[in-house]
Design a protein around this ligand. Structure first.
Ligand code: SF4
Length: 423
């Protein structure tokens, strides 16, 4: 059996505690004003005070009830700033991106925080890290192997792994412990899913299979029913199954979990299909012994998806979804919106160019970024706004300002005229 993740240092172990920070670095008060000035917005509260709606001339904005920075991202960004404040002279390394937001990541680089990127197969090279250095683990977490390596290096660790991600890990670990193969609805290349799937390695016989979507889940269902083609299966899941995975042996008892930021409705549907397949193969009476399922979508992701669904009961003419192009939760919000109305997934407010009247956006369901002209109608228009969990309020406010300028309004004048009292 492989060794379990080293336990979080006990509060009584003073020297160890000073090298492993999981609950902040005690400088929240000091850095809060900085975070507020860099990521806060004066525009967003204006809209919130008006029941999430704002009218300026021919433009009517509707803001989703839940959007932007989630608790996990808030905390991760805060700890990164605290790290720089506490260790002004040390090398600080961040494993990958703290969150999937280009603006926030740029700011951290400007603070001289160096990003270590993994190779394509997810391996980090820690050869530059010494015990004098500080390493920040992002909100997605890191693999069991990387965590153990870092602990051995004895560097100072600032662990911002989100509590919701830790909950999924616990679930996946319990599957492995009880002899179930973890079937994870997620993206095998995503940092969080890599870290989550690695949790099964705490047990010698721990196994996982990652399914990207319903199509892949149905392939697994087919195999569970005894109808699959082994070779095709192995090829399809070459990069998304644990080493030594044997579908004939490892799909007899399965437990379902998911990357926290997937589309909740799809995750639930996938779990239901896998449960049906187990029942078909082994009979309903065997299901309790052969099937486990827990919805591990985090509440922040769920709230943002629910808020968009609520908006789509009466869809706006245009929907703008703000967040990194590689942000899983933002991409899902964009997909949801696109089912109902014209939707633009923009990475940042700067994608809207008021001077040229264009918007740069990632086409839904593709990786293609296109620049579109004449995107804003000339007459009255309702514009919906939402943002992924890694988008700060400042970027939402800037987006509103750029849309106003695109329509020929002066943001300072039009927003200033409204004052701070609700209309
Ligand atoms: S999206 Fe959810 S799991 Fe991810 S950091 Fe935010 S709260 Fe945590």
């Amino acid at each position: 059996m492989t060794s379990p993740r080293p336990k979080t240092p006990d509060a009584t172990e003073k020297p160890a505690q000073e090298r492993y920070f999981r609950r902040g670095l005690g400088l929240k008060k000091e850095i809060q004003p900085v975070l507020e000035s860099e990521y806060g917005s004066t525009v967003v509260p204006l809209i919130r005070e008006r029941n999430n709606e704002l009218t300026v001339g021919r433009l009517h904005f509707r803001l989703a009830k839940s959007f932007g920075f989630c608790y996990g991202v808030d905390r991760a960004v805060e700890y990164a700033y605290e790290s720089r404040e506490k260790f002004p002279d040390r090398n600080i390394y961040l494993l990958g991106e703290i969150i999937h937001n280009p603006h926030v990541n740029r700011r951290l680089q400007e603070m001289d925080i160096e990003f270590l990127y993994p190779t394509e197969d997810g391996t980090f090279d820690f050869s530059v890290v010494t015990e004098e250095d500080v390493v920040i683990i992002p909100a997605f977490g890191v693999t069991l192997h990387d965590f153990e390596t870092l602990r051995k290096l004895d560097c100072i660790l600032v662990d911002t792994t989100c509590g919701s991600v830790l909950n999924v890990w616990k679930r996946v670990e319990s599957y492995a412990r009880e002899g179930f193969t973890a079937i994870i609805h997620g993206k095998y290349w995503h940092e969080e899913t890599r870290a989550t799937s690695s949790q099964v390695k705490k047990y010698e016989d721990g196994r996982y299979l990652i399914v990207l979507d319903m199509d892949e889940a149905l392939i697994a269902c087919e195999y569970i029913r005894g109808e699959g083609d082994r070779e095709a299966f192995m090829e399809r899941f070459e990069r998304s199954r644990s080493r030594g995975f044997d579908p004939d042996r490892d799909l007899k008892r399965v437990g379902v979990a998911n990357q926290t930021t997937m589309l909740a409705s799809e995750s639930l549907a996938i779990a239901a299909k896998l449960g049906e397949a187990i029942s078909d193969r082994w009979g309903a009476e065997e299901v309790p012994d052969r099937f486990r399922s827990f919805d591990t979508i985090c509440s922040a992701t769920q709230d943002r998806q629910d808020a968009v669904q609520e908006m789509m009961v009466k869809p706006p003419d245009i929907m703008i979804v703000i967040g990194g192009y590689n942000s899983s939760n933002t991409t899902h919000l964009a997909h949801l919106c696109a089912q109902h109305t014209t939707s633009f997934h923009i990475e940042d407010a700067s994608c809207i160019d008021p001077e040229n009247g264009t918007i740069a956006h990632k086409r839904i369901h593709t990786d293609e970024v296109v620049i579109e002209e004449n995107w804003l109608p000339d007459d009255g228009v309702e514009i919906g706004l939402t943002a992924g969990a890694s988008t700060p309020d400042s970027k939402i406010g800037e987006t509103v300002e750029r849309v106003l300028r695109s329509a020929g309004y002066d943001p300072a004048e039009s927003l200033g005229l409204l004052g701070t009292e609700p209309e």
